[in-house]
Design a protein around this ligand. Structure first.
Ligand SMILES: Nc1ncnc2c1ncn2[C@@H]1O[C@H](COP(=O)(O)OP(=O)(O)O)[C@@H](O)[C@H]1O
Ligand SMILES: [Mg+2]
Length: 355
């Protein structure tokens, strides 16, 4: 089946004005998303994951500035298929036509997206009434169905509850129900389970996968935890210092990673055979983006860095039809460097155990 592109972020650059100066937080970001597929964006905290999706939702903070790029979104406007650059729309247009209607978002902390003074039911119905003028009775029935869909038992009773009457896991389910209320075609989940405990975390992940299987919605899933990615994503984009440094299918990223930063992230991933105190961490810290980065931004933390890494930024090298990485190690004239033996070992074990 032919894949249908619904979102394309092209050469996006964003900076923030701060008291210390201008910080270049997103530095030429590229990302594509196709209908019905899940892309996970992974990377350490501060790499620019949230800022990227806030730009897509038109909710960048006021000190943010778009310096270049486009965010092309393709959707059916009721009569025909249209492609619009979200960055060219006014905030009010995004709110009316896109945000919450066609693209919906789930944040890390459910309490920040829920209104404490409004019943759960009213909050689920609100968007349908605002965007589609859905009659109240119909909106009510749909809200009950949505609560059922997200795995909340006794949905009619829960409709009357207020957020504080629900557990953390249930609140996040409600947030997901709100997000789905207008039948969006893209769901953005920004660390949706980070604030939840591990068992509830995996239930929410299952739920998101389940919903995707039922509705065919596209998902952007943001996390700093690669372990989560394996469970939800079709494709993975690894982000470092405001850029995608490697992308590929989930299998390519887990079993054939090519960027030393991805090697580091995978090595730092806990598994059942690792004792916590022996867990690897990537040495050093990300660059200060108040200053212009010379060469490859990962070079100072990369034990495999070549001389050229300190001078020139690597392009994206293509490895397969779906797999790309921005590292000079992939240049034909670069020395042949293999991933660390310990990581190779872990990957072999994962492969033997069958994913
Ligand atoms: N409004 C803002 N003003 C200044 N800096 C910001 C602002 N919002 C985010 N940043 C900075 O941008 C970088 C990327 O942030 P973010 O996208 O939130 O990272 P993450 O990948 O953890 O989601 C961080 O260094 C953060 O401090
Ligand atoms: Mg974030």
């Amino acid at each position: 089946m032919e894949r249908k592109k619904i979102l394309e972020v092209k050469d996006l650059s964003i900076s923030f004005k701060t008291s210390a100066g201008e910080v270049n937080v997103i530095r030429g970001m590229n990302l594509s998303l196709y209908k019905g597929e899940t892309v996970a964006i992974v990377g350490e905290s501060g790499s620019g994951k949230s800022v990227t999706v806030k730009a897509i939702m038109g909710i960048l903070s006021n000190n943010g500035k778009i310096n270049s790029g486009s965010i092309e979104y393709t959707y059916n406007n009721g009569t025909k298929e249209v492609t619009e650059d979200i960055l060219k729309l006014k905030k009010s247009e995004i709110r009316k036509r896109i945000n919450g209607k066609r693209i919906a978002m789930v944040f890390q902390d459910p309490m920040t997206s829920l209104n404490p003074t409004m019943s759960v039911g009213a909050q689920i119905m609100e968007g349908m009434i605002y965007h589609y003028k859905t009659p109240k009775k119909e909106a009510y029935e749909k809200a009950v169905n949505l609560l059922e869909l997200v795995g909340i038992t006794d949905p009619e009773k829960r409709m009357k509850n207020y957020p504080h009457q629900l557990s953390g896991g249930m609140r996040q389910r409600v947030v997901i129900a709100i997000a789905l209320a207008c039948d969006p075609d893209l769901l953005i989940c920004d660390e949706p389970t980070t604030a939840l405990d591990v068992t509830i975390q995996s239930k929410i992940l299952e739920l998101i996968k389940d919903i995707q299987a039922k509705t065919g919605i596209s998902v952007i899933y943001i996390t700093h935890d690669l372990g989560v990615v394996a469970k939800v994503a079709d494709y993975v984009a690894v982000m470092y210092a405001g850029k995608i440094v490697e992308k590929g299918t989930t299998d390519e990223i887990f079993y054939e990673p090519r960027h030393p930063y991805t090697w580091g992230l995978l090595s730092a991933m806990p598994d059942l055979n690792t004792e916590d105190d022996k867990l690897y961490t990537i040495p050093g810290s990300p660059p200060n983006l108040l200053h212009q980065v010379q060469g490859d931004s990962f070079a100072p933390r990369n034990i495999f860095a070549l001389n050229i890494d300190y001078r020139k930024e690597p392009p994206m090298f293509q490895i397969s039809e779906t797999h790309y990485a921005a590292t000079w190690l992939l240049h034909e004239k670069a020395p042949k460097i293999e991933m660390p033996a310990e990581l190779k070992n872990r990957i072999n074990i994962m492969l033997q155990e069958g994913k």
